[in-house]
Design a binder for this molecule. Sequence first.
Ligand code: T1G
Length: 697
Amino acid sequence: MGLVDVRRDDNIAVITIDNPPVNALNNAVRTGLIDALALARDRAGIRAVVLACAGRTFVAGADITEFGKPSKPPSTTDVVTALDAMPKPVVAALHGTALGGGLEVALGCHFRVAAPTTRLGLPEIKLGLIPGAGGTQRLPRLIGMAKALPMILSGDPIGAKPALEAGLVDAIVDGDVTAGAIAFARRLVANKTPLRRARDLDAKLADMRADRARFDELVAAHGKRSRGLHAPIAAIEALRAAIDLPIDQGLELERSKFIELKDGEQSKAQRHIFFAERAAAKIGGLPKDAKAREIKHAAVIGAGTMGGGIAMCFANAGIPVTIVEASKEALARGLDVIAKNYSTSVKRGSLSAADMERRNGLMQGSTDFASVADADIVIEAVFEEMEIKKRVFSALDLLAAKTTILASNTSYLDIDAIGAVTQRPSAVLGTHFFSPANVMRLLEIVRGKATAPEVLAATVALGRRLGKIPVVVGNRHGFVGNRMLGARSIEAERLLLEGALPHEVDGALVQFGFPMGPFAMADLAGLDVGWRNRKSQGLRAEIADALCEAGHYGQKTGKGFYRYEAGARTPLPDSDTESLIVAASRRLGLTRRSIDKKEIVERLIFPMINEGARILDEKIAQRPGDIDVIWVYGYGFPVWRGGPMFYADGLGLSYIRDRLSALSRESNDKRHEPAALLAKLAAAGEGFGSLEAKASA
Ligand code: T1G
């Protein structure tokens, strides 16, 4: 069967798309659909049409890999227009994830039936786009603006049941969805049901047309998360056109905005992250047949902030988990925090009471280490001190089953040294979660020298099952994310000593697109964490150490780089800290000066890029895209800038090289000397992206 097959089932034409893995609408599929529709239209004996897909899902969207190239007709819009013009009823048979252009094609059909587990959505916003084949015009006409606008601005799919209730699908069919659609089509023919084109429906827009203020209220309620992003603004304009303009003008406006976004920098960056996220889970050098053993039961050692959050990840994914703590009091405290987290989610409506019960039921507390005996993986999340970790792993090695994976949640420390205290170094690796572990999606999986391929494969598969974005990294101090964060933190302090104040440094980075700057983030994480890490390496940070020595650890003590009103988390400039900074500059003989935002941003980001180049050279990260994924999902690097390495390519490595050389001279700090790989690529006029091309060649 070709990519698009047409068969006859009595007087029904059944068009089936078969373009694995997700039936993306590439050029060949679009061409095949136009031809198949013409055939069904002209064949006299055909009274109705069913559009279905083979494989695991209905069309999951346009083929994103085509976006960087010149678009070749017919477009997805041409397919939807051909569906619109069909004189015979067309029924879409939906299953899996009907997304983006796939849902827009289904909206071009007259009716839609869905399997019970189908998910339907317009996720274009997550790629820096808006629906470009009529979604912003047809969806509101079919389900009303109050439901359509949140779907398009969030990009999140809805299930078959809410879709049925909203009128997006006309029936949910059990069993074979194509057969269900054929039966549905036969009934249309028998009942001579008139064609219902989404483009002709206006009733559900009457409320917004009668009172435009209601549209503005809807936007105010759903549009707030779009700081710096262009696509949400374009989506709102296109949706407003659905109210104000006749549909053909609305479609024209949508199309022009879509093309502008598709060719813009932000969508290119977001599409880069989409593919980089998927590439990151592919592990170089992993034998194809590395069998990933299944994780049926987990154990977490430590019920503190990290341990509790990690345990929640397992319960959320439906995996039974035992939480082990040294004392009953500590265990009770940890379980209490978890219970509070879940009840807050239930109060917020993001979790049902039944789900909360189910998740709580999957968690067992214990103060007996021997309770790890039936775990397939044990994740240690105790104090960040090597000696403590070694003691824990020695004990686990004796108590856990021989096949159990032993993982450490360490954020800096040497996985090989930890594995060396066990008899099973091949089953030891790092699983570095990011706080809050039950929220942040990044999971750095640290590969030890002895870590076995199937242990790595099992842990990557587990990461995806937990809803994380796993990135395999090498075992060097700070791995990838925290090592680059260290480079940024050193420069951030230096900016304070040279004349900037915490809120100026943070403000520059927030304007760049981060949710918060280095000092607000340090206060949130706790200054004592970095302080302990620096002391273990004999390093000193003038300001942060002085603050810690005075007992100011950030939010947890009400004061750090900023001060915090009781019970509040808003960072407020603190005059004591500012005096401490000025005094430190004087003590070091530095003349303070005003530093502009551009210099602040370059001095925070470029040293990170430089460290990232060294990390690639040392093979601690497999590819530049892995580093981008780590920084977007672990540290809030703005996704519409594509991550540090993609951003560097956009600026040009020779510019970054020259700025780093100047910085190295001005600060007399060799660490700012351009990394060998960065200098080499710059000299060749290439970017980090050229490494991906070579790697996948
Ligand atoms: N185009 C090209 N390749 C795609 C693709 C797409 N739309 N979606 C997935 N793939 C590849 C993916 O790179 C991976 O490749 C493999 O399929 C399996 O994906 C006109 C313009 C559907 C929920 O944004 O959300 O339509 O790594 O690992 O976890 O208005 O893929 O195996 O080589 O993610 O089971 C809108 C994007 C496009 C949906 C399945 N659609 N895809 O998740 O598998 S823009 C989307 C997903 C658009 C219209 C506009 C997920 C999935 P490889 P996977 P999964």
